[in-house]
Design a protein around this ligand. Structure first.
Ligand SMILES: NC(=O)c1ccc[n+]([C@@H]2O[C@H](COP(=O)([O-])OP(=O)(O)OC[C@H]3O[C@@H](n4cnc5c(N)ncnc54)[C@H](O)[C@@H]3O)[C@@H](O)[C@H]2O)c1
Length: 403
């Protein structure tokens, strides 16, 4: 008997959707049947690419489309509303990171899913990356002793990618903490067990023309004695992909000769309207927008989110694009992973298992809320110059049966 496919509707056909396109187009257990976006051109392209139906509102799609689940990839500020609409219609939900902008919105979303009896999963985040999940399994095995120290670092050009105005306004969810710490913190929490007790952090802005924070440095203390130091800079100068032989975040080799290209492209325009046009041109449905791939990509490594080293008492664990290396007393052990067949398939696999086999997801609503709480604590600590204590943390669900 043919395996049942998960029928998915999409809310938001922008950049988040575009980076998920290879996954959504190629995952064998998925059917893309419906979508909604406020840009009509995106709906037109969706119907041409997938033969699905495009709608003009999330309510309309959830009421009319024959879908099992919805992928909410609208801007952060709409995640709570669109999740509630989907839950009320009895649809399972995969919602992009960050889960929402406030703890109360996250709680609303969890409550809506619980009342409706549907699953709520927060992702994609890079804590779904296979090498991170493998590192988590190795930590759970206790072969190298308990984790004590996590060091993470990522340098990108995030600040100079074309933006909507609210993406440059922290009060509306802009800046690197809501969008990028949501990845780095999610990974650190998974590797460190999940239960962050306190956060001390600083943020900074080096460019008045991009009026939101572009860097942060955070120190996390976990309940069981693990500590994590997280560094992020999005100003497009040093690029930490130099540490992975120029394998980029998406697992594809990038050309270091393109140094500074994001900043140069923006320098040619001088206002937010022109920036919005640049963004729309590159968006799905726009003249320079992406199309779904027809075949599996070749020579692709696993995705990554910069450097992570987890020091356990008997070994240092380092996930990388091809697997995990463990630096022990007597040498280096390599746990090589087969290259990905479908990029980010882990996200759909987790959703599929929740929807059809009722498997409790690792990246549940409670998990996503706890990560958002740490993101908010980074901003609060930087603002108030003090250590912030947390209240909504949850432990990472064990990945191995008897862990
Ligand atoms: N996990 C990842 O790798 C990743 C990458 C990029 C973005 N994202 C996430 O995706 C979400 C969207 O960000 P983005 O960068 O794609 O933004 P974007 O502006 O590129 O795309 C948002 C899309 O939503 C549409 N939209 C806006 N309001 C809508 C509404 N009310 N109903 C239907 N459609 C609406 C817009 O027209 C646009 O096409 C964010 O939460 C972001 O964090 C995740």
């Amino acid at each position: 008997m043919a395996e049942r496919k998960l029928r998915l509707g999409i809310a938001g056909l922008g950049r988040g959707f575009t980076v998920m396109l290879p996954t959504l187009a190629l995952h064998p257990r998925l059917d893309l049947v419906a979508a909604v976006d406020t840009r009509p051109a995106a709906g037109v392209q969706f119907e041409a690419d997938f033969g699905g139906t495009s709608y003009t509102s999330v309510e309309g799609m959830c009421a009319e489309a024959d879908i099992d689940a919805i992928y909410v990839a609208t801007p952060h500020q709409f995640h709570a509303e669109h999740t509630e609409i989907a839950a009320r219609a009895g649809k399972h939900i995969l919602v992009e990171k960050p889960m929402a902008l406030t703890i109360s919105d996250c709680t609303r979303m969890m409550d809506a899913a619980a009342v409706a009896g549907v699953h709520l999963i927060v992702g994609h985040s890079h804590s779904f990356d296979a090498p991170i999940l493998e590192a988590r399994r190795l930590i759970e095995s206790e072969k190298f002793g308990p984790p004590r120290l996590i060091n993470a670092m990522n340098y990108t050009d995030f600040i100079y990618r074309p933006r909507r105005p609210e993406e440059l306004d922290t009060a509306q969810g802009g800046g690197v903490v809501f969008s990028q710490a949501a990845h780095q913190i999610d990974i650190a929490r998974l590797l460190g067990g999940g239960l962050v007790e306190t956060v001390y952090a600083t943020t900074d802005n080096y460019d008045a023309a991009r009026p939101t924070e572009g860097v942060y440095s955070a120190f996390l203390k976990f309940a069981d004695g693990v500590v994590a130091t997280l560094t992020y800079s999005g100003y497009g100068r040093f690029d930490s992909d130099e540490f992975t032989d120029w394998l980029g975040e998406s697992g594809v080799v990038k050309n270091p000769a393109n140094y500074g290209s994001a900043r140069r492209a923006l320098a040619e325009i001088d206002n937010m309207d022109a920036e919005a046009v640049l963004k729309a041109d590159r968006a799905y449905g726009g003249p320079k927008g992406a199309s779904p791939p027809r075949a599996l990509p070749k020579n692709k490594s696993h995705e990554h989110f910069g450097l992570f080293v987890v020091s356990c008492t008997r070994g240092d664990i380092r996930p990388g694009p091809d697997g995990v290396r463990v630096y022990g007393n007597d040498g280096i052990e390599t746990f090589t992973l087969a290259p990905p067949v479908v990029p980010r398939s882990e996200v759909i696999d987790e959703l599929y298992a929740a929807v059809f086999d009722d498997v409790a997801p690792l990246h549940s609503g409670a998990w996503g809320r706890a990560t958002l709480e740490v993101c908010r604590a980074v901003l609060q600590s930087a603002d108030e110059g003090r250590e912030v204590r947390l209240n909504y943390q949850v432990a990472a669900r064990a990945m191995t049966g008897d862990a």
